[in-house]
Design a protein around this ligand. Structure first.
Ligand code: HEM
Length: 135
């Protein structure tokens, strides 16, 4: 369990970041620069649509720890999409993904602090672990 004050800190930070329309575009740029092995995966991607879907999905990731622990949960469909049965995103890709997300938060959140960073890491960890476990 992640306590509510921690998830609230991360959610408030995300809301501040989302006020900049380019936040997720910059995230993808940061992620793909840090993890060039992921570039070919996005060869056919429409990034306008992708950033809209990701905006919503990060919101899900941030509320995931506060959800009842039962299947199907709110990341089930997304986990299936990323699993070896579909996109086949190997678990090793998630660490650079989360690190790029935090780097981008650092760039965009005017109230960024080590406490905010720790809140992000703690809040997204259960959802990321869940997605990796479904690979
Ligand atoms: C917790 C982390 C992640 C979240 C929340 C997330 C979210 C999403 C969402 C919402 C979509 C669109 C869903 C759909 O097409 O039905 C998507 C697609 C995709 N994701 Fe992720 N993703 C995550 C991690 C990753 C990682 C680590 C990679 C590594 C390469 C990745 C690669 C892709 C690719 C290639 C697509 C398909 C893009 C396309 O349709 O062209 N994702 N992701």
């Amino acid at each position: 369990m992640v306590d509510k004050a921690t998830t609230a800190l991360a959610k408030a930070s995300y809301d501040r970041c989302c006020q900049a329309p380019e936040f997720l575009q910059v995230f993808y740029r940061n992620f793909l620069a840090a993890c060039p092995e992921a570039v070919p995966r996005f060869a056919g991607t429409n990034f306008d649509q992708q950033t809209r879907l990701l905006r919503h999905a990060i919101g899900l990731l941030l509320i995931f720890p506060n959800q009842p622990n039962k299947e199907p949960n709110l990341l089930a469909r997304l986990a299936e999409r990323h699993s070896r049965r579909d996109l086949d995103v190997e678990p090793a890709f998630y660490r650079p993904f989360v690190d790029a997300l935090i780097d981008t938060v650092k760039q965009f959140d005017g109230k960024y602090s080590p406490t905010v960073e720790a809140a992000w890491r703690e809040t997204v960890a259960p959802g990321v672990e869940y997605m990796k476990s479904k690979h």
